[in-house]
Design a protein around this ligand. Structure first.
Ligand code: HEC
Length: 302
């Protein structure tokens, strides 16, 4: 065994004439096979336990799982629906921004996605931003610029909780990736408000939503038919509003989504050809090495 390992270097083979190559291929030893099967069983077992735990925990929480919806943006080929993002921005600005911040998105991010540069500048100029200090050391207010981030509705978490019965409206920049079910969950949550089932009591200032873990949510139903008017004339039904704001927030979570897909499809053909070529070359280079068998015939002393 030790000699076989040594002989792989080739040097020893040249020195010792009694070593020769026999081209056969042998599988792993029995010990290894047992080890591999044990590892495999343990791996599958652990995955099974994790899966069971994940599901039993969700089942205990009595939470409704969001169905899968057909989004205009897919995971592999489809790009974002720019018009939907534009409408979603209107919903966010006129409804959600009253309570939720979107702190990782700046007005310049809208340019070329849902708005032209002029439009985005006009949107930014509508909000007042604290800047400074000026020459006298004072902070001052000025109209927003393209480089400004979206302004939060509350100065800090305490103020936000105080205004919402103690519940904290989370920042929505990364929300679609931060929740199980992603944008499906968001849509289901926004459209899922209903009366609590018999036996469930909801305290003052809370609403019932079966998609929210626990059922009692501190955010009242926000989206009703015609709660805002779309500038492009699309009928503003509650589900349309929810879908558009979900598309907008999905974009806010992954603004690089379209570019990532485009780059992937550009490099995919090249990578596949290179992968196959590498595989073929590797097989041919290693074939003599992998299929050889080294036999050691001890010298006979008589
Ligand atoms: C009146 C204030 C208010 C408005 C307006 C509002 N929300 Fe909320 N939202 C809240 C509060 C408060 C919470 C925290 C609820 C809780 O933790 O019980 C919340 C929580 C959420 C959550 C997180 C739920 C979770 O799984 O933790 C999402 C997503 C959300 N809101 C989306 C929206 C969207 C989208 C809009 C606009 C259509 C919106 N909200 C408008 C107050 C608001």
């Amino acid at each position: 065994m030790a000699l076989t390992t040594l002989a792989r270097s080739g040097r020893l083979v040249a020195q010792n004439q009694s070593l020769r190559y026999v081209s056969t291929k042998s599988g792993p030893s029995t010990g290894r096979k047992v080890m591999y099967s044990l590892l495999g069983t343990a791996g599958f077992g652990a995955a099974g336990v994790l899966y069971a735990l994940e599901n039993s925990v969700s089942a205990m929480e009595l939470v409704a799982h969001a169905p899968k919806y057909q989004w205009p943006h897919g995971d592999w080929i489809e790009s974002f629906d720019a018009r939907s993002i534009r409408r979603g921005y209107e919903v966010f600005k006129q409804v959600c921004a009253a309570c939720h911040s979107l702190k990782y998105i700046a007005y310049r991010n809208l340019v070329g996605v849902s708005h032209t540069e002029e439009e985005a500048k006009a949107e930014a100029a509508e909000v007042m931003v604290t800047d400074g200090p000026d020459e006298s050391g004072e902070m001052f207010q000025r109209p927003g610029k393209l480089s400004d981030l979206f302004q939060p509705p509350y100065p800090n978490e305490e103020a936000a909780r105080h205004a919402n019965n103690g519940a904290y409206p989370p920042d929505l920049s990364l929300i679609t990736n931060a929740r199980h079910g992603k944008e499906d969950y968001l849509f289901a949550l926004l459209t899922g408000y209903c009366d609590p089932p018999a036996g469930v009591t909801i305290s003052e200032g809370q609403a019932y939503n079966p998609y929210f873990p626990g059922g009692a949510i501190g955010m009242p139903q926000m989206l009703y038919d015609e709660v805002i008017e779309y500038s492009d004339g699309t009928p503003a039904t509650a589900s349309q509003l929810a879908k558009d704001v979900s598309c907008f927030l999905k974009w806010a979570t992954e603004p690089e989504h379209d570019q990532r897909q485009r780059i992937f499809w550009r490099i995919f053909p090249v990578i596949s050809v290179l992968f196959v070529a590498t595989w073929v070359v590797k097989r041919s280079k290693w074939s003599s090495l992998k299929t050889r068998k080294i036999v050691f015939t001890p010298k006979k002393y008589d």
